[in-house]
Write a protein that binds this ligand. Structure first.
Ligand code: ZN
Length: 151
């Protein structure tokens, strides 16, 4: 509204900086924890290893690619939702054997499948007071060139 943006485009900021950050390309990087004793990884962050009870886990960036482990289709959105139903909510299994709950974007809900390969993607959900994009993360079908077989 009358505000000129002559300077650099404002940076995007993560909706929840405890769960993920954004790399230079704006791609979300999930922040997990890894147990130095047993090697178990966790997301979201936690203090005590759920497997061996060690206290003090190291921060790790988790893989941005995974497979859909399970999913459900939402036909009604909760109040204030930024996506229109129907949409798919999936449990995505990362190579670190961590399950991440996420919206599935760039895909019709009826096309979501168990074991589908997905990659993380930013989803703009609004703007903060400084005009920076507020970004959430979601997963979308992985863009593998081997899968271009339209019917
Ligand atoms: Zn452990």
């Amino acid at each position: 509204m009358g505000i000129r943006q002559r300077e650099r485009a404002p940076a995007a900021v993560p909706l929840n900086g405890r769960l993920f950050r954004l790399d230079e390309a704006g791609r979300p990087l999930l922040i997990g924890r890894r147990c130095p004793d047993c090697g178990c990884s966790f997301f979201p962050s936690r203090v005590i290893c759920a497997r061996c009870s060690r206290i003090g886990l190291e921060e790790v960036e988790l893989s941005g690619c995974g497979k859909i482990w399970s999913y459900t289709i939402a036909h009604q959105a909760p109040p204030g939702a930024v996506v229109q139903p129907p949409y798919a909510i999936a449990q995505v299994e990362l190579p670190e054997h961590v399950l991440v709950q996420s919206l599935v974007t760039d895909c019709r809900p009826e096309d979501v499948r168990i074991d589908m390969e997905v990659e993380i993607a930013p989803v703009k959900v609004g703007q903060d007071e400084d005009g920076r994009d507020l970004v959430a993360f979601a997963f979308r079908p992985a863009r593998s060139p081997a899968r271009n077989d339209d019917e």
